[in-house]
Design a protein around this ligand. Structure first.
Ligand code: MSP
Length: 670
């Protein structure tokens, strides 16, 4: 069905190393989008794979004393195994050493030779093996300054994410006439705003092109790689440049130019690709310039969207082997499962959730284990886990688990879900994961508050059966919405919730619109007994039985204003914002202090608060509080505190100031 297909790709990953957090991030994002598109009924093709013909791959194999092909075979399996653990639902996995790819690459070279788009010359310039990229002298000079300790004065790669040594290369080489495509590229970029995303990166590409494009080498004198076609004169002993080879995977995997007609039909069905998802380091030069120009030269349509996501740092530092801080995703999920006591597959989902929830897709992020655990506890174990548990427990306690299906009347919760569905859908379609997830979390919170307000336990005591049935049904309906809305991101968690809800529609047949198709939980239908999906965290009883706050000493009784009047302008200098507490722990050796990580929507901060004697870390986790966001940072017990939490009380904090209804994290307080 034309218009109903959806083709999404990740970069193909170099197999000089095992998968890490960065590659997992991109793959999880692509998987989430692919699952979302499948949910809304699209004919999806999701491609990932491995980039195997690089010099650095051959060097990595040599360093381990292994045969290169055997080495890449082994690593390609590692990638597949990791993606399996992460529930990555790819439809195809392409390896660039496969004949279905190598033949297409060679045909491309021949076609470009026929059309006059490639020519023979000599390359004299720099090459970065780590980025597998050619750089001119000017580009090297324009690169960021590098500290002398890193490269000891040797020329280094201008790519800020790399900075490794570059080497001088002089060899005969075939060049692609990239310089001839600048105007057409600019025209395409300006005509279609959705072509290059996010918007901020589009300008970077435009200035790169406007500064003048150089022709690009497409062949190299080396042994490992796809040999240049025999028909190309004076190319003996050369292989195809790895980036030219790698980019072609996106079409070779669709069977383009294949003699097998079934394979070839994929091209007609799925091309042009809907989204190429790549990291910012390979966006400008390769995916937004070189690749579309190659396609233009061959008369093939360019992709609809190329999206450049940001980079993760690890605990404030660049992720790198030399720093020893490279995060292996499967190991991280194991650690999370162990520390939180949940199943491995639940930890995988939690990681998927946290990675896409943490920073705006496109922006850089700082990965912190404490932040991951905080988010997991606050939004999954606490908010979502509680809603599921309480709703099903009450249904079992009061109604033997049977759903009355009483929808006689207007439900505020159902209306909120109905209004949110298109918003969440557009956010997913826009790769705005943070917005989709924030909206879903707001609804979970709203449902939890609804339980408090409506106090079903009171209704039961008073025998208000109709109203109790109505409430229990609207809670289950909200869970139905939340489950479908989170299904693209958390396949295991949502399937488990779905099964506990006892929904008649099989999980595998779910459609996006089912989120608000009320009534499937028909009268008399029985739900399962709740089984905690996330480990329960120690939380103060909502009715306040567990914690007692010390009575205030008499000196904290209301006092007349003690401070001089300030002007409105003075007040306005203060930036007050709502912030969600993601982690909280006692500061060692300081019995009054808690160290908190708080989320301001756009960033996370560390705040040290003198509330440890009145509030336990568990009790305040997940709470939304108000912070003075522009207070000068201060070092408290060696910890840099970036803000102050507002609390009522004098010397002794008696209560934290929290908003009385749901507001977005980071909202201004006026
Ligand atoms: N083989 C090329 C891609 C060819 S696509 C035709 C390549 N491979 S890679 O293995 O080095 O990188 C793959 C992806 O991982 C890139 O999109 C890169 O941006 C991403 N990341 C690498 N480190 C990262 C972080 N620290 N954070 C987020 N993504 C990062 O490049």
């Amino acid at each position: 069905m034309p218009g109903d297909s959806f083709y999404i790709t990740t970069p193909i990953y170099y197999v000089n190393d095992i998968p890490h957090l960065g590659t997992a991030y991109c793959t999880i994002a692509a998987d989430t989008r692919a699952r979302f598109e499948r949910l809304r009924g699209k004919d999806v093709r999701f491609l990932t794979g491995t980039d195997e013909n690089a010099l650095k791959v051959a060097r990595a194999a040599e360093a381990e004393g292994k045969d290169v092909q055997a080495f890449v075979d082994e690593l390609a399996e590692r990638f597949k195994a990791t993606w399996k653990e992460f529930n990555i639902s790819y439809d195809d996995f392409i390896r660039t050493t496969e004949p279905r790819h190598t033949t297409v690459v060679r045909r491309f070279v021949e076609k470009l030779h026929e059309s006059g788009d490639i020519y023979l010359s000599t390359y004299n310039g720099w090459y970065c093996v780590s980025c597998e990229t050619f750089f001119t002298d000017d580009e090297l000079k324009a690169g960021p300054e590098v500290s002398s300790e890193v490269n000891e004065g040797r020329p280094s790669c201008p790519n800020a994410e790399c900075r490794k040594d570059v080497q001088w290369v002089e060899e005969p080489s075939y060049y692609f006439r990239l310089s001839a495509y600048g105007d057409r590229l600019i025209e395409e970029i300006e005509k279609r705003p959705e072509f290059l995303r996010p918007d901020s990166r589009r300008n970077e590409v435009l200035s790169f092109i406007r500064s003048g494009l150089n022709d690009v080498c497409i062949s190299r004198m080396q042994t490992w790689g796809i040999p240049m076609p025999e028909s190309i004169p004076d190319s003996q002993g050369q292989v195809v440049y790895v980036w030219f080879d790698a980019l072609i995977n996106y079409v070779s995997a669709t069977g383009y130019l294949s003699e097998n007609s079934d394979a070839a039909s994929l091209f007609d069905r799925y091309w042009p690709c809907d989204v190429h998802l790549v990291g910012k380091d390979i966006f400008v030069r390769f995916h937004a310039t070189f690749w579309p120009a190659i396609l233009m030269a061959l008369g093939i349509a360019v992709p609809r969207t190329v999206f450049g996501h940001g980079f993760w740092n690890i605990e404030g530092e660049k992720m790198s082997k030399s720093k020893g801080n490279v995060i292996e995703p499967v190991q991280l999920a194991r650690d999370l499962a162990k520390s939180s006591g949940c199943e491995f597959q639940i930890a995988v989902d939690a990681m998927r959730y946290c990675l896409l929830r943490e920073v705006a897709f496109g922006a850089d992020g700082d990965f912190r284990r404490a932040g991951l655990i905080g988010r997991f506890n606050a939004e999954l174990a606490n908010d979502l886990g509680n809603l599921l548990n309480r709703s099903l427990s009450m249904l079992h306690r009061y109604r033997d688990g049977k759903v009355s299906g009483n929808r006689g009347g207007d439900s505020a919760l159902r209306s909120v879900c109905e209004a949110a569905l298109p918003e969440v859908g557009s956010a997913y379609a826009d790769m705005n994961f943070i917005q989709a997830l924030a909206r879903i979390n707001e609804i979970v919170n709203e449902a939890n508050r609804h339980i408090e307000r409506e106090a079903p336990w009171e209704k039961s005591k008073r025998g208000e059966n109709e109203s109790l049935d109505f409430l229990l049904t609207e809670l289950l309906d909200t869970l139905q919405f939340v489950t479908v809305a989170l299904a693209p991101l958390m396949p295991t968690v949502t399937q488990k919730i779905w099964e506990q809800l006892g929904e008649p529609v099989p999980f595998t047949e779910l459609r996006w619109q089912d989120a608000t198709r009320w009534g499937d939980l028909s009268k008399g239908h029985t739900t399962r007994k709740p089984e905690p999906i996330f480990p329960r965290i120690d939380k103060t009883d909502v009715k306040g039985s567990a914690k007692t706050v010390e009575q205030p000493p008499s000196t904290t009784d209301p006092q007349p204003s003690e401070k001089p009047t300030i002007t409105f302008a003075e007040f306005q200098k203060m930036e007050l914002r709502t912030a969600k507490i993601l982690t909280a722990e006692k500061v060692k050796g300081a019995d009054k202090l808690l160290q908190l990580t708080v989320d301001l929507g756009t960033e996370q901060r560390t705040v040290v608060a003198g509330i440890a004697q009145q509030f336990s870390p568990e009790e305040i986790l997940g709470k939304t509080v108000v912070i003075v966001a522009n207070l000068e940072p201060a070092k408290i017990r060696g910890i840099q505190s970036q803000g102050m939490i507002l609390a009522a009380g004098g010397e002794v904090p008696l209560a934290l100031i929290t908003p009385d209804r749901d507001v977005p994290t980071g909202a201004k307080v006026r």
